[in-house]
Ligand binder design. Structure first.
Ligand SMILES: Nc1ncnc2c1ncn2[C@@H]1O[C@H](COP(=O)(O)OP(=O)(O)OP(=O)(O)O)[C@@H](O)[C@H]1O
Length: 697
């Protein structure tokens, strides 16, 4: 039969065994406290447990863990704050700990509590009276003292000392396990954090994103208080502040900013040190202060509650690209080194990206500008002509494009009046709106008014719908009045009013419509003669003749014929899809000798027709309708007026087309005008059927 003491010993051994097993599995402080509370308490009667850790040879310690005191804890404003602090040993505690390699029991009242640490005072206040202390073996580098408190004196006895002596070894191992597990956890956390940082950096395009990523990684890994990154400017001397990130509110915010001015040079002492040292510089702020070094910085950092400052150069390849300053109390230099290389590359890329974007923007702007220019050049470049006469025309155009002045373009048929009108419009501020064209000769007189000013529904027979006129359509744009000389006199008055007042009424309408229209008019008649003959109102003529541009006939600028011919050759061989790409010198000679009553339009058609007939890549033959220069007929042409020339040209074409006016092979097609226009021209020029039929016979 077992004695009572045997039973007691057996129970104790059983609990000790289970305690040993449980402690061997402990990985965290929380688990350790649970084991102590649940199992150790079965053997030793204690109210609270604490573990003090102190780095060997130091006079300070931290509380590795401590039970929350049960009663009288009013003074425990923040338990976490209490245990995270570092304490200086008071004499009594130091004395106790220095003897505790062997377990020691002591009366807490023997301590001079007035100089004891706050946690000890509070423990006393919450009822602790006796202490059992034992230093743990096998905890390299750090000395751990296990401290148990009891609420009554003489609570701890020799049995308890024996238990604690036995448990101390396992507790020491458990502490080592916890520390090792913490290292693993921290490494895991660091790894995750670094991986996230690497992923963040991969997507970083802007400085702001980099700032967020850096701040997050430095906070998590090193409890960053402040980080300042400076980058080297293009001059290689200035370091401008790139990132200024802080987590704490500093007692003197202005001096924080002052100490981190926008720009410094590489010669500033701290910057120079960081840039020139291969290894990062770590400042022990207290140490530097003691030596009186960099006092402005060190004093400020000290008041901001900092212990360490870290400064290093940021480098890509062999080139310094900036500096990084980190203020923190939890420096991990290895990690920071790795981070700095990543940060350097990221900054380098962002700066390169910024430069690229700036170049791109500049290029886009230049491109827009060039496009604008090209557009203007393009519009003018469609107008072929480099001789002095056309140069004059271009000069006049350039002068008038930007204004709203009315332009009157004069010139024989086919000289390019419409082309010039379009050129002016396309280079003018109104270019974004379509130029509206009205051919005054193409419409029967009774419809021109409605065409120009629009009409209201039912205003005349056939006016089934309300209609917007060309003046309204051309609002904020240009109205090109072609063949203005053909405008009936009664309409000339109305046109005069619009030009003067910029307002009109629709046919059959009462409302006055105001418009902002630029007018370009053109005619192949001689307006002065028309005015003299009473066919054109002088007041309208003066209104239109604000800025006249007179186009030379093609025979007045024969120097442009080769360029024009090759322009049309290119245009039509592309359109037709044949490979005629040059003009035989003989043909060019022929073209230059011809008198071109139909001007550029005629040249254009002749080239088009000749390409169709060509068998070769060289245009060797052209089909000119008239006899060559020197013929009687040609000489006679020189003495003709524009009108006479136009008349004889139309008759010639009509003859060639055997009197056919419209449709395929009709004269209107050859002349590239509407059949209605041809009819009206024939009426005006008094061309009778007899003339072209008689001569044909
Ligand atoms: N300088 C030029 N460069 C290139 N093409 C031109 C030139 N002048 C005229 N043309 C071309 O000749 C043809 C006739 O030009 P446009 O219609 O402008 O002449 P116009 O003087 O208005 O004729 P009309 O008095 O019969 O209305 C068009 O196809 C035009 O592109």
């Amino acid at each position: 039969m077992l004695s009572e003491s045997d039973e007691k010993n057996g129970y104790r051994d059983e609990i000790l065994l289970s305690l040993k097993r449980e402690l061997s599995k402990v990985k965290t402080q929380a688990q350790l406290m649970i084991v102590l509370d649940n199992t150790l308490k079965k053997l030793v009667n204690f109210s609270q447990a604490a573990l003090l850790s102190c780095v060997n040879n130091e006079q300070t310690y931290r509380i590795f863990f401590m039970d929350k005191p049960s009663g009288g804890s009013a003074g425990y404003s923040s338990y976490n704050e209490l245990i995270s602090r570092s304490y200086s040993f008071c004499h009594d505690l130091l004395d106790l700990v220095s003897r505790a390699d062997k377990a020691q029991i002591c009366d807490i009242r023997t301590f001079n509590l007035s100089v004891a640490s706050q946690w000890l005072k509070l423990n006393y206040a919450s009822g602790a009276r006796e202490i059992l202390a034992k230093n743990l073996p096998d905890t390299p580098g750090v000395k751990h003292s296990f401290v148990l408190f009891a609420d009554k004196l003489n609570s701890f006895n020799d049995d308890d000392i024996q238990v604690i002596e036995t448990v101390a070894v396992w507790l020491g191992k458990a502490i080592n396990n916890i520390a090792a597990y913490e290292v693993v956890l921290n490494k895991e956390r660091d790894k995750k954090c670094l991986l996230k940082f690497a992923t963040d950096l991969a997507s970083v395009r802007k400085k702001e994103d980099l700032e967020t990523a850096i701040s997050s990684v430095l906070n998590q890994l090193m409890g960053m208080k402040m980080c300042v990154i400076r980058v080297m400017e293009d001059d290689g001397i200035s370091l401008s502040r790139y990132i200024y990130n802080k987590n704490a509110v500093y007692p003197n915010e202005e001096s924080a900013i002052e100490l981190s001015p926008q720009n410094i040079t590489i010669h500033e002492p701290l910057a120079a040190r960081a840039l020139n040292d291969k290894l990062p510089i770590i400042f022990d702020i207290e140490e530097e202060r003691r030596h009186g070094r960099y006092l402005t910085y060190m004093n400020f950092w000290k008041t901001a509650g900092l212990k360490n400052a870290y400064g290093t150069r940021l480098r890509v390849g062999n080139e310094n690209i900036g500096t990084l300053w980190l203020l923190t109390n939890e420096l991990n230099t290895d990690l920071l080194k790795g981070l700095c290389s990543q940060i350097s590359v990221a900054i380098f890329n962002i700066k390169a990206n910024e430069k690229l974007l700036a170049y791109q923007k500049q290029l886009e702007m230049e491109n827009d500008h060039l496009k604008e220019q090209i557009k203007t050049i393009y519009d003018f470049s469609e107008i072929i002509g480099s001789g002095p006469k056309m140069e004059k025309v271009f000069q006049l155009m350039s002068r008038v494009v930007d204004s709203n002045s009315t332009v009157l373009i004069l010139g024989e048929t086919g000289t390019g009046k419409e082309l010039i009108a379009r050129g002016i419009h396309n280079a003018s501020p109104r270019k974004n709106k379509l130029m509206i064209k009205v051919n005054c000769a193409a419409l029967p007189p009774n419809l021109i008014e409605s065409e120009l000013f629009g009409h209201e529904k039912g205003s005349f027979t056939g006016a089934f719908e309300q209609r917007i006129g060309k003046f309204e359509l051309a609002h904020n744009s240009t109205l090109f009045l072609d063949e203005i000389g053909e405008l009936p006199l009664e309409l000339q008055v109305k046109l005069l009013r619009v030009i003067q007042e910029r307002e009109f009424e629709r046919v059959g309408g009462k409302a006055t419509i105001k418009v902002n229209v630029r007018i370009i008019a053109a005619t192949n008649r001689n307006p002065e003669k028309e005015v003299a003959a009473g066919k054109f109102r002088s007041d309208l003529y003066y209104r239109l003749n604000v800025f006249p541009i007179i186009l030379p006939s093609l025979r007045e600028r024969t120097e442009d014929i080769p360029a024009l011919a090759s322009f049309f050759l290119n245009k039509y061989s592309k359109l037709i899809g044949c490979k005629v790409n040059s003009i035989a010198p003989k043909v060019l000679q022929q073209l230059r000798s011809y008198l071109w009553p139909g001007n550029v339009r005629e040249l254009e058609h002749i080239i088009e027709r000749s390409i169709l007939m060509a068998n070769d890549s060289v245009l060797r033959e052209v089909h000119l309708p008239h006899a060559k220069q020197g013929d009687k007929q040609t000489v006679a042409l020189f003495n003709q007026t524009i009108e006479e020339m136009e008349r004889s040209h139309i008759i010639n074409i009509l003859k060639q087309c055997e009197g056919k006016i419209s449709g395929i092979g009709g004269a209107a097609g050859v002349l590239a005008i509407q059949p209605t226009t041809l009819h009206s021209k024939m009426r005006k020029l008094n061309i009778t059927k007899k003339e072209y039929f008689k001569q044909m016979q």
